[in-house]
Structure formats: structure tokens, C-alpha cells
Design a protein around this ligand. Structure first.
Ligand code: ZN
Length: 48
């Protein structure tokens, strides 16, 4: 389980990926903005 931050509205949401994170898209549950979940920790939206 990861905690992601939306790059648009900055809200945090839980994310449970299936398999690799590589190139996965996540749709923000708050504003509907879709963003890529980067496997690279530096560029990722993963907070924890
Ligand atoms: Zn959002």
C-alpha cells in the first residue's frame, strides 16, 4: 500500500498497485486528474 499525492490538488490518497508500478496511471479520487505513478522514487508521487 502506497500513499500518493495528487500533483494537481495535492490531496493524498491510498494506492494499492497490482504488479509493477512502471507506467501505471492513477486517477485522483478528489479532482479526477490522471497522473503517472513513476517507479523512480525521486519523480514518483509516492509519499510512503
Ligand atoms: Zn487531485
Amino acid at each position: 500500500m502506497f500513499l500518493l499525492m495528487c500533483p494537481k490538488c495535492k490531496n493524498k490518497m491510498k494506492y494499492q498497485p497490482r504488479g509493477s508500478l512502471d507506467g501505471k496511471k492513477k486517477k485522483c479520487v478528489y479532482c479526477g486528474y490522471s497522473f503517472t505513478v513513476h517507479p523512480d522514487q525521486k519523480k514518483s508521487r509516492i509519499i510512503s
